[in-house]
Design a binder for this molecule. Structure first.
Ligand SMILES: *Cc1c(COP(=O)(O)O)cnc(C)c1O
Length: 401
């Protein structure tokens, strides 16, 4: 785990891997629920914490711990906690620092279920929630109350890609004795390290870029110090939302190529964002690498590259979106993001169709909004596919391109 004298790409390959029996170069999958004690005294010393060791896989498992150590190393944090999903990680982190009567400030631009978790589950336990567009630092400051215990930020946020100034928001949190929790799913530690910018806790949906291969649902929390780690480890053990050894193994395998993948995701996305930006059928494009992004400067100061997520607005609304979805052949129609394959999603005709137009508008989901998770394929193949589908849109709508 102590490999910080090595470069990031090297740490992606080597972090978290220890010595194991027979000398394997990758951590074995310890597919066991429980571990034998040598004696009653040994069991007692493990339970009391006097001696370090494994007891039961909900508490700690060597394959899971190897992956946790790797990601904690990449985020430059104290220690990681593997969770069964991104939502389990978010729930565990929030539950660790909030109690009845507390107040939490959350970005308006967050993963939908995160907002729903706070607004429907946490409020049942008398936690007060204020949603704020955290890309406006002043609005965060104004929303702070005496009982604010957590500020929760996703940057770039879902699906608007709004960017929040983490240093500024960390200052606000710490002046008021609150914790700053950051969802770093969209950038990954390859491009952005929130703990270095003042965040107290980082959470991830490892389902996305960390694993990177669209074959695992998993999450992780990274603590920045021992106290927070122990509190969250206890919460995770009680709530029970742990990751299993096989999925931990797969994620650990996935992160070996994280640095390479994030570089390619960013390179492809910049080319596609520029292409879309110059296309007459596109109303606007939001991408952290475009100078037209409202928080372009803030972003450039806190991430080292601009990532794999693009949002754009198609002219022609719902109908145009449907035609685009039905005519892409190489980009795959699917939710989720962060895998090696390019995925395309049109909320108005897909995930948010049943809501109806009015409710969508209220939620800020415009009729022509399209979200692209750019993969690591050859960028020409992606652009040709989008171009062909856009031509079908203009033919059908008789919009001249
Ligand atoms: C997908 C996602 C989550 C939830 O993660 P799951 O692994 O699906 O539970 C949380 N935050 C962001 C930004 C996500 O994209």
């Amino acid at each position: 785990m102590n490999s910080r004298d090595k470069h990031f790409e090297s740490r992606c390959v080597h972090s978290g891997i220890k010595e194991y029996e027979h000398g394997p170069v990758v951590p074995p999958i310890y597919q066991t629920s429980t571990f034998k004690f040598e004696s009653a005294a040994h069991g007692a010393s493990l339970f009391s914490g006097e001696q370090k060791g494994y007891i039961y896989s909900r508490m700690l498992n060597p394959t899971v711990e190897a992956m946790e150590d790797a990601i904690a190393d990449l985020e430059e944090g104290y220690k990681g906690l593997g969770c069964g999903s991104g939502m389990a990680a978010i729930n565990t982190a929030l539950s660790s620092f909030l109690k009845s009567g507390d107040h939490v400030i959350c970005s308006t631009s967050v993963y939908g279920p995160t907002a729903t978790l706070l607004a429907t589950i946490f409020t049942k336990f008398d936690v007060e929630v204020t949603f704020v567009n955290t890309s406006f630092t002043e609005r965060v400051k104004d929303a702070v109350k005496e009982n604010t215990k957590v500020i929760y930020v996703e940057t770039p946020g879902n699906p608007t890609l709004d960017i929040t100034d983490l240093k500024a928001v960390a200052d606000i949190a710490h002046k008021n004795g609150a914790k700053l929790i950051v969802d770093n799913t969209f950038m990954s530690p390859a491009l952005q390290k929130p703990l270095k910018l003042g965040a107290d806790v980082v959470v991830h949906s490892m389902t996305k870029f960390l694993n990177g291969h669209a074959d695992v649902v998993a999450g992780v929390i990274i603590a920045n110090n021992e106290d927070d780690y122990l509190v969250m480890r206890k919460t995770l053990n009680q709530l029970g939302g742990v990751i299993d050894p096989f999925n931990a193994f797969l994620v650990h395998r996935g992160i070996k190529t994280l640095a390479l993948r994030m570089e390619k995701h960013s390179e492809n996305s910049q080319i596609i964002a520029d292409y879309l930006d110059n296309h007459e059928l596109i109303e606007w494009v939001r991408y952290p690498g475009l100078k037209s992004h409202p928080q372009y400067e803030v972003g450039m100061n806190q991430h080292s590259n601009t990532g794999g997520m693009i949002t754009f607005e198609l002219k022609g609304g719902l109908k145009a979106g449907e035609i685009l979805m039905n005519n892409v052949k190489f980009c795959q129609l699917a939710v989720s993001l962060g895998g090696v394959e390019t995925l395309i999603q049109h909320p108005a005709s897909m995930t948010h169709f049943t809501m109806g137009r009015e409710a969508r508008e209220k939620a800020g989901i415009s009729e022509g909004l399209v979200r692209l998770s750019v993969g690591i394929e050859n960028v020409e193949d992606i652009i040709v596919d989008i171009e062909n589908a856009l031509n079908k849109v203009s033919e059908s709508l008789e919009i001249t391109v």
